[in-house]
Ligand binder design. Sequence first.
Ligand SMILES: Cc1cc2nc3c(=O)[nH]c(=O)nc-3n(C[C@H](O)[C@H](O)[C@H](O)COP(=O)(O)OP(=O)(O)OC[C@H]3O[C@@H](n4cnc5c(N)ncnc54)[C@H](O)[C@@H]3O)c2cc1C
Length: 507
Amino acid sequence: MQDALGSSPQVQLEPFVNWATIVRRDHVFVIKPTSNAEVQKVMHVAISLNRKIREAGESALSWSPLFPDEGQILLNLTLLTLEGGQRAIFNPPTVQRPYPTVTVAAGVRQDELDSFLLSVGHAIASGPQPIQVTIAGGIGTASHGGSYDEPSLGGYLESVQVFDSYGRLRQFTASENRNVLRAMRCHLGLLGVIVEVEMMVEPVQMVSLFTVFVPLSLMLNATFVKEIVTRNFYVEARWATYNSLTEEEVQETMATGRVPTTWNSKRDLVWLSFINPNGTEPDLDLDFDVNFDLNVTPISFGQRIFAALATRRFIANPVVVPKPFAIHGLNASAIPTVTATETTIRENPSFTSTVSAFQVVAASIEGASYANGILPLGIVEMRWIKGTDCFLCPGKEDVCGFPSDSHYLTMEIQGLVQPTEAFEGYKQFTTAVLSQLNQVGLSGLPNWAKMLTTFPGLRQRLHDPENRQCQLEFLKVRDQIDPQGYMFSNNFLRTIFIDSSYMYIYN
Ligand SMILES: Cc1cc2nc3c(=O)[nH]c(=O)nc-3n(C[C@H](O)[C@H](O)[C@H](O)COP(=O)(O)OP(=O)(O)OC[C@H]3O[C@@H](n4cnc5c(N)ncnc54)[C@H](O)[C@@H]3O)c2cc1C
């Protein structure tokens, strides 16, 4: 391969491991092109040597097996620049386009883009938390923030440049290629090598950020949930499990191997984080009388996370910072590895989906803890987002049967990756809870970045009447860029998506 490529770009035959250390390959061909010409060279060599290509962001943050199979090419676009050598270009509003945009090289991370945009007084409106997420990688899995009125990252997409499976550079825009953009908003690495992205941006705002604790029982009150979610710009709820266990209950759990029924999840506290444009904080009474004891012996991952939320992560007095630092300030390299599974459930105007979902999860955690002891869980996290005009986004807008202006609850369950028994216990429990949610009609699509192997019946879910047409439309776009997924798919994705030629026959 190196002979065919010449002196650059360099090829390294290396092992691969993702951030969570759960997707591993012994050998992949890692190539880091710096220009479109180098990407094209790699494409032509891959075609001639019959190698498949998958891309990954700099930190490969996704939990799911979206990466190359053994012996295939891993394209890392961290060093890639735009054609003129810049990493990002700010485009002020014009008569035809009355809002500003940024054109950015696909492998640029959120923190680099934030710094660039801040230097011109702008910012992306929302986005996932880690600073390490790359722009193409974040859009690829429909990664999202926590604002009721903001979509996943692809919702800001204006245009993309991609190399297709023949090595041709193609440009698609929101105005001229609507269906392609609908597919690109959650591309899963299946729609070619993205080298350039143009996104809508906004003037930067200063925001205030603070946290409170509320009793979990309040999150079972739909009126309260609706108030906090719809009246704040950004809301995140984290329930670090078992945080109200008393020392006596801990001792009894250790002695019997089971959590005593005196522990009731409704007694636990939920950490809420709020972000609002500075000076626009709503008048909400969030002053609850809450008590906790950090001296109780920690016997669960949840208690340990709670201690961090109650100390380092607690912001009693609002701090005012530029918005990007508040919405995506997480350094994923500085936190311990966890695993996560997330379902995205359509929320209704009265917020009963959130309450029902919380009830199901809380009852499952209680039941399993009384029967089998402490679960290897960290937090249950909830955020609320707006739908996007997108085929595979778990939060979709007005395609495939959903009316427009849809909003979604995203519910994530985090757990331990190590030791192996804990990881297995996490997977078993999470699959069981998601199955229960399905049974009570709270089924959604997964966050594609998170554990997909714990998501029950994903292939069937993509074929149910709500999603089947969307899947077909996505595969039609995929086939324009990479017929039958020959160049850019991988073994895992082939098990999820139906063979598109079969779909065309039956639709
Ligand atoms: C600690 C932590 C916190 C997180 N918080 C959030 C959160 O708040 N909200 C949320 O929604 N998600 C969150 N995530 C998930 C994260 O946002 C996604 O995994 C995201 O896709 C990671 O971006 P990446 O650049 O690492 O891409 P990768 O994970 O490497 O890749 C994602 C997909 O994009 C494809 N891809 C990457 N670059 C290109 C390219 N140039 N061309 C074509 N395809 C490409 C890959 O093939 C893959 O299919 C979190 C993850 C971690 C580890």
